[in-house]
Design a protein around this ligand. Structure first.
Ligand code: DQA
Length: 144
């Protein structure tokens, strides 16, 4: 039976494709979902891919990852830099957590310099565009 990985996306990532394309590119979230499915299939992994604009929903989903998933990939978007609640939720799960960002927050505004998720993540992929998600899937496969 193939293992399942959970891929979570935070606020405003539903707008990818039209949202600040100079920073985030023109791939839509549906394109990224397809990319992840393809990357996961190479490792015989199944993907459960979700997006929410709501912090509490993301936290509920992180808690869901406590059972039935082999790894969690998360692009927490702006909650990366603000959410101690997400940080705490991620601390409760024992599967590998991989943080992914399309842009490289370290090269951007000062308010993006702290990642409460990066403090928990086994690995972070930043600044690789949409392709970073495929890299995160490969890292998840390695860590499982
Ligand atoms: C992002 C980077 C965050 O700083 C920003 O708030 C996002 C997207 C990225 O994928 O590059 O919404 O997580």
């Amino acid at each position: 039976m193939s293992k399942r990985i959970l891929i979570l996306n935070g606020p405003n990532l539903n707008l990818l494709g039209t949202r600040e394309p100079d920073i985030y590119g023109t791939d839509t979230l549906a394109d990224i979902h397809a990319l992840c499915r393809k990357a996961a299939a190479e490792f015989n992994l199944e993907v459960d891919f979700r997006q929410s604009n709501h912090e509490g929903v993301l936290i509920d989903w992180v808690q869901e990852a406590r059972t039935g998933y082999a790894a969690l990939i998360i692009n927490p978007a702006a909650y990366t830099h603000t959410s101690i609640a997400l940080h705490d939720a991620l601390k409760t799960i024992s599967i590998p957590v991989i943080e992914v960002h399309i842009s490289d927050p370290a090269q951007r505004e000062k308010f993006r310099q702290t990642s409460y998720v990066g403090m928990i993540a086994a690995e972070t992929v930043s600044g690789r565009g949409a392709a970073g998600y495929a890299e995160a899937v490969a890292i998840a496969a390695k860590l499982i």
